[in-house]
Design a protein around this ligand. Structure first.
Ligand SMILES: *[C@@H]1O[C@H](CO)[C@@H](O)[C@H](O)[C@H]1NC(C)=O
Ligand SMILES: *[C@@H]1O[C@H](CO)[C@@H](O)[C@H](O)[C@H]1NC(C)=O
Ligand SMILES: *[C@@H]1O[C@H](CO)[C@@H](O)[C@H](O)[C@H]1NC(C)=O
Ligand SMILES: *[C@@H]1O[C@H](CO)[C@@H](O)[C@H](O)[C@H]1NC(C)=O
Ligand SMILES: *[C@@H]1O[C@H](CO)[C@@H](O)[C@H](O)[C@H]1NC(C)=O
Ligand SMILES: [Zn+2]
Length: 489
């Protein structure tokens, strides 16, 4: 039995913590402070054309607000430590996250910067995901889902480490490259870039509170175009998907027009190619549609679920764990074969239900994916492009490996949570109904639930009738996304 952990499902808590800030400036309408690249260029090269716009998002001067005046903070009980100039994250779970927001009150357009680079200066481990998060359709935090769709980048692939020696040793090399037209601006940038506030590393009272600058400068340069989201409607940059318990000290998050040239000191840093990361799905897109994604179940409730769906004449999507199909005692192979015959969708949910992004190696992630693909073929004679991550845990490596094995996969979270994991086995099981109604009222149209508990199964009919009564048409997830390969309605 897979009971989702509280930790994994506490996403709702973030929604509550992403409260509007009191700041009122709308960043791109205000005169922006010059970024150092611009300042340097306009100072020294006055004949140059107007520089490309840059955007300093966060230098961690304040514990609650970033440099744009909007909220930054942690979700899922991520332990953070702030001092002016840095924010140290001490993760122990891949669902934990730290967001820094563009505009708490609405959507923010990154289109003017679309061809530039997200630049993050940090110390510590690079075993995490950087997400650029699209806002929801209403640009309103209390609508569901919030945040909207992210794309996920594996930090370790984009990290540039610069050895400190170059600063002293390579002045001449820099002068040479200055002769090269195309490199002209960069060496200047680099010499400034390497200067750090002298207070850095000496602001704490005891050693544990200090964040000494590491001898090697560690930074990320990620083309904004590598984030496949709607850049016209973003809400935040976030750090999540930790597959380590080592800390990360964030020092600067900004958008810059160019990357430093490759040299031996930065190990000839080159931007890697974008790896496919699948389609992240939180909502149905067909107008007026609604879908139930039903995960892990207890065999003894399976026939009851079938009966309710038959009687209500609706088709749903089941996300099925491979190991459960392989286990003859569950009868799941027979059950899901019958559900397929009745027109339901049956889709992937990993082999053994781990938090996939927490797995230490890509080989282990691959094994989860390949095993479940195989058992689907063997037992159900079925292939599927639809996958629900166990516990909703999403990270860049998991997405990339999935997209390696399955062409253009759909990675399906949800925008309505029945919260059976929280209420089903308590003295107030009716809170599952409240949670469901609330999710629908907030605009959610893709639900998550399980059949692990008799109270949840008993409410299924009421969930369905509620959705029908507000005028939605219930269909499978592939149908509610308008997938041309899905059966006709
Ligand atoms: C976060 O920590 C608080 C206090 O320790 C605890 O009550 C709560 O259950 C935790 N939440 C999660 C998601 O772990
Ligand atoms: C990180 O810490 C958590 C909780 O203490 C533990 O369950 C997990 O195994 C640790 N992960 C790693 C990669 O050490
Ligand atoms: C196993 O599932 C099949 C298909 O739903 C069903 O007809 C059969 O009664 C089930 N067997 C048991 C022992 O539950
Ligand atoms: C998916 O759902 C889980 C659980 O609510 C949440 O922690 C995670 O952030 C969600 N991921 C996305 C990409 O929405
Ligand atoms: C419900 O809770 C009881 C007591 O807390 C526990 O013994 C039982 O295993 C739980 N059942 C389920 C289905 O989680
Ligand atoms: Zn599950």
């Amino acid at each position: 039995m897979q009971i989702p952990s509280l930790l994994a499902y506490f996403r709702a808590a973030i929604v509550l913590t992403l409260l509007p800030s009191t700041a009122t400036s709308f960043p791109h309408q205000e005169p922006r402070p010059f970024h150092w690249l611009e300042a340097r260029d306009s100072e020294q090269l006055p004949t140059r054309q107007a520089p490309l716009p840059s955007l300093v998002i966060d230098t961690f001067q304040d514990s609650l607000h970033n440099d744009l005046g909007f909220w930054h903070g942690a979700g899922e009980n991520l332990t953070v430590h702030h001092e002016p100039g840095f924010m140290r994250l001490s993760p122990n779970d891949p669902d934990q996250n730290f967001h820094t927001q563009f505009d708490t009150r609405g959507c923010f357009s990154l289109l003017p910067w679309k061809n530039q680079f997200l630049h993050v200066v940090f110390d510590g481990t690079d075993q995490f995901t950087v997400s650029l998060n699209e806002h929801n359709a209403e640009c309103f935090p209390s609508r569901s889902p919030f945040p909207g769709v992210p794309d996920s980048i594996q930090a370790s692939r984009y990290v540039m480490r610069t050895k400190p020696e170059w600063f002293d040793a390579d002045e001449s090399e820099m002068d040479e490259s200055e002769m090269d037209e195309s490199e002209e601006r960069r060496p200047r940038a680099r010499s400034l870039q390497f200067k750090r506030p002298s207070s850095m590393g000496s602001c704490g009272d005891d050693d544990d509170d200090q964040a000494p600058a590491s001898p090697t400068r560690t930074e990320l340069f990620i083309p904004l175009s590598h984030f496949h989201i709607n850049h016209g409607r973003v809400v935040s940059v976030s750090f999540t998907g930790f597959y380590t318990n080592e800390s990360i000290t964030l020092r600067r998050v900004e958008i810059v027009p160019s990357t430093p040239p490759p040299t031996s000191k930065n190990n000839h840093f080159k931007i890697p190619e974008k790896l496919p990361s699948g389609h992240m799905i939180l909502r149905c897109s067909v107008p007026n549609s609604f879908a139930f994604g039903i995960d892990d179940g207890q065999p003894q409730y399976a026939q009851e679920v079938m009966k309710i769906l038959d009687e209500e004449d609706v088709r749903v999507t089941f996300f099925v764990v491979g190991a459960g199909l392989r286990d003859q005692t569950t009868n799941f192979t027979h059950f899901y074969r019958e559900m397929l015959k009745k027109g339901h969708q049956v889709a992937l949910h990993s082999n053994t239900h781990p938090k996939m992004e927490a797995l230490p190696t890509t080989e282990k992630i691959d094994e989860e994916i390949m095993q479940t693909i195989r058992v689907f073929q063997d037992r159900l004679d079925l292939t599927s492009r639809y996958f629900r991550p166990p516990f909703g845990t999403v990270g860049a490596r998991m997405r990339q490996r999935l997209a390696k094995h399955i062409e253009s996969p759909f990675i399906v979270n949800w925008s309505v949570d029945v919260e059976d994991w929280l209420w089903a086995n308590t003295s107030t099981p009716e809170k599952q109904l409240d949670a469901f109604y609330r999710g629908v009222a907030r605009g959610g149209n893709l639900a998550v639930m399980h059949f692990l508990n008799p109270t949840t199964v008993a409410y299924l009919r009421r969930f369905i009738r509620h959705v029908k009564s507000v005028g939605f048409k219930i269909m499978r997830i592939d149908q509610c996304l308008g997938d041309p390969f899905s059966p006709a309605l």
